[in-house]
Design a protein. Structure first.
Length: 93
């Protein structure tokens, strides 16, 4: 294992390059596939910090173009929402 393997790609979930490469070797072929196997992109930033890095590793390991890998599916909400917006619609919760 090299020092590069220990590089943290997803800071929120503390997922390393080696863990992402292992997920790809195990069959992950999309950013969402890596996310499901490693939780990379499931932290507070919702992939805003690591999604591109994960896609770059996927591109390198699989030979696929970055344009084919991005954007992944996002589930709403992608950022915190005040509960009042959902219950009353006014946001003054």
């Amino acid at each position: 294992m090299s020092d590069e393997d220990d590089v943290i790609i997803c800071r929120c979930q503390e997922i390393t390059r080696a863990e992402i490469e292992k997920a790809i070797a195990g069959g992950a072929r999309t950013v969402d596939g890596v996310k499901k196997r490693t939780r990379a992109g499931m932290g507070l930033c919702q992939g805003k910090s690591c999604q591109r890095l994960v896609a770059q590793i996927l591109s390198r390991e699989t030979g696929r173009d970055m344009a084919d890998l991005l954007p992944p599916n996002f589930r709403v909400p992608v950022r915190p929402v005040k509960i009042g917006i959902l219950t009353r619609g006014d946001g003054d919760a």
